[in-house]
Design a protein around this ligand. Structure first.
Ligand SMILES: NC(=O)c1ccc[n+]([C@@H]2O[C@H](COP(=O)([O-])OP(=O)(O)OC[C@H]3O[C@@H](n4cnc5c(N)ncnc54)[C@H](OP(=O)(O)O)[C@@H]3O)[C@@H](O)[C@H]2O)c1
Length: 341
């Protein structure tokens, strides 16, 4: 059967994202053939399509890493899955657990490996996780990148627990998961946003306090005081170069900054004394392993009231529109592409 796909072809750019039809891939031993049901977009996918994530990425490239799929055929020797199972691909296909090797880091979908924005694909059986039954395809598709990143930052790296205070930046995909997961772990969650309407919405979702980071460029001090004076226990640092200094002002001595995003740049001048004098742990996070995705699925099953926040769903034949929507940054939570049927 033919597979419909969106690919970046020729050169990078949103205008180089085109729809193509291809023959389906061969199914090897230990592999499963998947019908893709929904794909969620991440900021990384936008950077990848624009050529800003890895300008050396060979083209053509099928973008995106996130999906919810159904197993439609199993290759010889497959033991983990059966036809009809609903599965989610792990972001880095060969990163099972612990700390990744350099080789495992090179197995991420949507660059360097071909991604998920297509109607069908073939993956190794080991690169998949069971989708939770209580969440629909659209919600499950949001978990592999944004969901796992927030989970790894807070539950694994920062060890957030009851009574802690977490600060998360903005109201995009990772940040909204950080709000939900932080609360799930028993923490109070502070959120910054440039949009007062979005602030009101996240307050209604349980944010402990919010601040407009455009109106208050010194929001680090606000967060420190909102946490009780010493500072927050963990920061989900999504801005990068432009926000790290304020995050360092917000975090308590001995606290953790999970360095995740580059929404506000990649290079900056920084006074490192704040890190050493306060014993701050600045921890880089690259999404997470298959074990992290499995742990997130279990946590969501234990909290069935928590549903990923999806801003809107776009049909597969308008996936280029979904990228344009992501670039506009008006969304709250996730933008998801859904396959027909
Ligand atoms: N390292 C990893 O493993 C990993 C994994 C996932 C994502 N990321 C990175 O994390 C970042 C967020 O990804 P995402 O997919 O969640 O993005 P997203 O959904 O596109 O998030 C967009 C939101 O971020 C907020 N924002 C933009 N500039 C900001 C700034 N200067 N300060 C604070 N907030 C700002 C805005 O919120 P408001 O409209 O409310 O202001 C915006 O709506 C990206 O840089 C992405 O590449 C890294």
């Amino acid at each position: 059967m033919a597979v419909d796909a969106w690919v970046v072809e020729g050169s990078f750019g949103l205008d180089r994202l085109v729809r193509v039809t291809r023959d389906e891939e061969p199914l090897g031993p230990g592999q499963v053939r998947l019908a893709v049901r929904a794909v969620s977009l991440n900021y990384r996918d936008l950077l990848m399509v624009q050529g800003a994530y890895d300008p050396r990425q060979p083209l053509p490239l099928v973008p995106c890493s996130d999906a919810c799929c159904e197993v439609v055929a199993c290759g010889a020797g497959v033991t983990r899955w059966r036809v009809g199972d609903r599965v989610i691909p792990a972001f880095a296909q060969a990163w099972t657990d612990g700390v990744p090797s350099r080789a495992a880091i090179r197995t991420t979908l949507g660059g360097p490996r071909q991604g998920t924005l297509r109607t069908g694909l073939v993956l190794d059986e080991a690169g998949l996780v069971r989708a939770p039954d209580h969440l629909d395809d659209v919600a499950c598709a949001t978990l592999p990148c944004a969901g796992v990143t927030a989970w790894r930052a807070l539950a694994v790296e920062a060890g957030v627990g009851p009574g802690d205070t977490v600060l998360t930046l903005g109201t995009g995909g990772v940040s909204l998961f950080a709000l939900q997961i932080g609360r799930m772990l028993g923490a109070r969650v502070l959120v910054t946003s440039s949009d007062d309407a979005k602030r009101a919405r996240v307050e209604a979702m349980g944010a402990f306090a919010t601040r407009n980071y455009r109106d208050d460029p010194g929001w680090g001090r606000w967060a420190r005081e909102a946490a009780g004076g010493d500072g927050v226990d963990a920061v989900v640092e999504l801005g990068g170069a432009g926000t790290l200094d304020q995050s360092l002002r917000a975090v308590r001595p001995g606290g953790t900054i999970a360095l995740i995003g580059v929404l506000d740049g990649v290079k900056t001048e920084l006074a490192v004394t704040r890190i050493l004098m306060h014993g701050v742990r600045v921890q880089g996070v690259l999404v997470g392993s298959r074990a992290d995705l499995e742990a997130l699925v279990r946590a969501l099953e234990a909290h069935p009231d928590v549903c990923p926040v999806v801003d809107h769903v776009v049909p597969f034949d308008r996936a280029d529109q979904a990228f344009a929507d992501l670039a506009r940054q008006r969304h709250l939570g996730k933008i998801v592409v859904q396959m027909p049927g």
